[in-house]
Design a protein around this ligand. Structure first.
Ligand SMILES: [Zn+2]
Ligand SMILES: [Zn+2]
Length: 165
């Protein structure tokens, strides 16, 4: 394989994944319920953002989304340009959609913003919140500059915050 990783390292193909021998960036051949083709894996490892189709949503529908390799791991980027945007299912069984700067349940109208205090929430954290599970955030920084850890979760429609000493 003549394709190189964005770090300049060589990419090795294994049964289950493509991996850079230098920085260990990985693209699993099966991830997010979908098969990644060799070309897609090479593009990702070379640092490109690709649009990939055929991701399976929880209700069985398929969607397209942008995909990128960040810190050696494949992440999905949902934005206005990718059309179908169902992210996950809310506790209320409503569909959660991407909105500008956040995510919203179509049925109960709960919203999770991408930014919590100074921290950008990861997609798996956002999904947990919609599922009704708490997430733990470390090193949050208040406007006054205080650094703290907290647990956040939905209490009804509002996100509650509990400080962790
Ligand atoms: Zn690399
Ligand atoms: Zn809901």
């Amino acid at each position: 394989m003549e394709n190189k990783c964005q770090c300049g390292g060589e990419i090795k193909e294994y049964d289950m994944l493509f991996e850079c021998i230098e920085c260990k960036a990985k693209v699993w051949k099966r991830s997010f319920g979908r098969e990644f083709k060799t070309k897609e894996a090479m593009d990702l490892l070379s640092g490109k953002v690709i649009v990939a189709c055929g991701f399976k949503g929880q209700n069985g529908s398929f969607y397209d989304t942008k995909v990128q390799l960040v810190n050696g791991e494949v992440i999905l980027i949902f934005d206005e340009e990718t059309k179908s945007t169902k992210i996950c299912t809310c506790e209320c069984r409503g569909e959660v959609f991407k909105i500008p700067k956040g995510y919203k349940c179509k049925d109960c109208k709960k919203i999770v913003w991408e930014m919590f205090v100074n921290r950008e929430l990861k997609l798996n954290e956002i999904k947990k919140l919609f599922k009704g599970e708490p997430i733990y955030l470390k090193n949050l920084r208040s406007k006054k500059g205080n650094v703290f850890d907290a647990e956040i979760y939905f209490d009804g429609k509002e996100i509650e915050l509990e400080y962790i000493a």
